[in-house]
Design a binder for this molecule. Sequence first.
Ligand code: SF4
Ligand code: SF4
Length: 79
Amino acid sequence: MDMLLQQIPLRMFMVRVPGHVFVVDEDRCFGCAACIALCPVDALRLENNLAIVDEPSCTHCEHCIPSCPVFALEIVQEV
Ligand code: SF4
Ligand code: SF4
């Protein structure tokens, strides 16, 4: 069990960033799905070649962000 926990990125356990939201830039996303399987809480799904986030489920762990080849994923300040 300890070994398993050591393999999980620390950010996965961190709380959401207050006042921020996770967003998908619809103009950039082309539906490659690279980000989808990486989400540990299944907050992402693909719909009509666009990544959709269930934002309240997102933990802001940032795990998926580097996977996007067109930089479409971001955590931004809530307006
Ligand atoms: S930042 Fe990405 S990987 Fe992390 S919970 Fe949110 S959608 Fe999932
Ligand atoms: S990795 Fe980027 S381009 Fe690919 S589905 Fe996710 S958001 Fe869209």
